[in-house]
Write a protein that binds this ligand. Structure first.
Ligand code: NAI
Length: 350
């Protein structure tokens, strides 16, 4: 099948080509660096399948143009599909597929890396030692053992994160509308969200972005948390109200903030903007705090996760070619967010 891969980075190409070769070279992959959108949809003319990523915008207009050009399948290489107009795709008979799960360990381990780095101030120590400054002042951390970690969302990633934090000797409590027995087996206890905020030394977010979880962490939630709490967000940017975070950081209510996702990340992340002036003042303010660590949506970025994404993406395409339906189809009904799916109605998705 002829496949147009959009928003290609060198690592996407490497993993997809390796997987395609292993799968017997049955597909002809063409790589475009451009995002897929109204201005670039013409590039997909003559390709039976397109393979977009999280910042490609598949609006009704784009889907219509793809269908005109002969596209039959949109094979997303992400879990989230909030950037695709599913109703428009269904109306013109274009099928949509996604990668429902790839490596929960990748994201959970990244969340743990944020915790350790913020606590022991590794980001500051690294720079300091390289400057020949071997003072320890300002680098004081705390023992993780014995601390309480509050996990919002004990799905695939939240459970792995709970296991990791148990390994450090932390107590784990969680809030999730659908409770997992595996969390209890780890010694975890479910509590209501306000209690989680009140008891936790570290709060880590692992729920999807839905209308219900949008700005779940707002000024009121921060007001309930222990003063100096550590907040980690590797889920979706809009689960937190960034302006409330900034107020909390300024007042000292939040003692540490580690984020891999940001509400307005689509205009920033995955690109080299080092030669430009950042126009987003809220984001720029976040970067001024010494106790804030921002990574640019790299939680998923491990060899294992990229290999799994490539494998499932190609399996979607092969299954579609053989049977007329991809392995992991996405339909407008599925967009109504099942708790067990890492879907998000709003915002970006990895
Ligand atoms: P999952 O679907 O396995 O688990 C999500 C859990 O959140 C479910 O147990 C669900 O019941 C729970 N949940 C839903 N609403 C909730 C609420 N209001 N309060 C508390 N819990 C709630 O999803 P998975 O795979 O664990 O992913 C979790 C999040 O991580 C998703 O938002 C996903 O998009 C994000 N993610 C981030 C990546 C990154 O690179 N930073 C990569 C992949 C996923």
């Amino acid at each position: 099948m002829k496949v147009a891969v959009f928003s290609t980075k060198p690592y996407d190409r490497a993993f997809l080509e390796a997987e395609a070769a292993q799968a017997g070279g049955e597909h002809e992959l063409h790589f475009f660096e451009a995002h897929l959108g109204a201005a670039t949809s013409e590039l997909a003319r003559g390709f039976s399948a397109v393979c977009p990523f999280v910042n490609d915008q598949l609006t009704a207009e784009v889907i219509g143009r793809l269908a005109d050009g002969g596209t039959l399948l949109v094979a997303l290489r992400s879990a989230g599909f909030n950037n695709v107009d599913l109703a428009a795709a269904e109306a013109v008979g274009v099928q949509v597929a996604h990668v429902p799960a790839y490596s929960p360990a990748a994201v959970a381990e990244h969340a743990a890396a944020l915790v350790l780095t913020l606590n022991r101030k590794i980001h500051r120590a690294y720079a300091r030692v390289r400057e020949g400054n071997f003072l320890l002042d300002g680098l004081l951390g705390f023992d993780l053992a014995g601390r309480t970690v509050g996990i919002v969302g004990t799905g695939r990633i939240g459970l792995v994160f709970a296991r990791i934090m148990r390994g450090f000797g932390c107590g784990v409590i969680a809030s999730d509308p659908s409770q997992s027995p595996a969390f209890g087996e780890l010694g975890g206890v479910y509590v209501a969200l306000p209690e989680l905020f009140e008891r936790s030394d570290i709060v880590s977010l692992h729920c999807p972005l839905t209308p219900e979880t949008r700005h779940l962490i707002d000024a009121e939630a921060i007001g309930r948390m222990k003063r100096g709490v550590m907040l980690i967000n590797t889920s979706r940017g809009a689960v937190v109200d960034t302006r409330a975070l900034i107020a909390g950081l300024k007042s000292g209510a939040i003692g540490y903030l580690g984020i891999d996702v940001y509400e307005e990340e689509a205009d920033l992340f995955f690109e080299d903007l080092s030669g430009q002036i950042i126009q987003d003042d809220v984001f720029a303010r976040l970067l001024t705090f010494p106790n804030v660590l921002v990574t640019a949506h790299q939680g998923f970025f491990t060899r294992e996760a990229l290999a799994a994404i490539a494998q499932t993406t190609l399996a979607n395409i092969s299954t579609f070619e053989r049977t007329g339906t991809p392995l992991h189809p996405v339909t407008p009904e599925k967009h109504l967010c099942r708790a067990s799916e890492p879907c998000s109605h709003v915002g970006r998705s990895g």
